[in-house]
Design a protein around this ligand. Sequence first.
Ligand code: CIR
Length: 252
Amino acid sequence: MFTRAIVRKPAHTYANGITTSNLGKPDFDLVQKQHDAYCEALIKCGIEVVVLEPDPNFPDSCFVEDTAIVTKDFGIIARPGDPRRLGEEVEIKKVLEPLLKLHYIEEPGTLDGGDIMQADNKFYIGLSNRTNLPGSKQLKKILSSYNYDVFSVPVCNLLHFKTGVNYLGDNNLLLHKEFCSKDDFNSYNKIIISDEEEYAANSLRVNDYVITPKGFPETKKSIEKLGYKVIELELSEFQKMDGGLSCLSLRF
Ligand code: CIR
């Protein structure tokens, strides 16, 4: 059960962020509206949302998930793998410091929170272009000291691990087909996401609801079939900057 979330408003420089998509330039009015709707959805799920002010020096800084890993008992300040995002974590550290015991990923480690997935007492670390071996080793050591089981998984064709895999709870795992043949996930009830609906693999369980991007009917149907209440959100302007649903918040 999550009670709190941290989000950060998109900055007016948002369109200068990093992207590989060719979906066009984001419309900043719409970005703000979609972000507001995201915050409202979290509130509907019973979450107290802390909204941080935008930082125009970091166009990608609304994607707060990449800056830390949080649980109810402790947090780990990440070290973003793209140098253009290095420094976003400083503000998040200030916010989390009074709330949680903190640990840190240190040089030469790099690690983006979007590569880290918790599934009950397990953590999966995606080794991507953003999260390197030293970063993953440091994280493993910290998480193991809290008695979590930790596994590493290579990420080849996606930005982050959670671009393609997300745990809904109750043993249910949303899985883009890049990962479906991996033995690592055999113990889960796998919901395989097709290429056409890849963006919806990044759906998010928040308490009694699953929040999912709008426009992916097959995934929505599969999630509803599992018995979850679904909230759909329009996220077109975040998709344009390679941002998924989970990356807009830190939940704990
Ligand atoms: C980036 O490339 O870093 C941002 N434009 C998008 C980050 C999305 N984060 C995530 O999926 N966890």
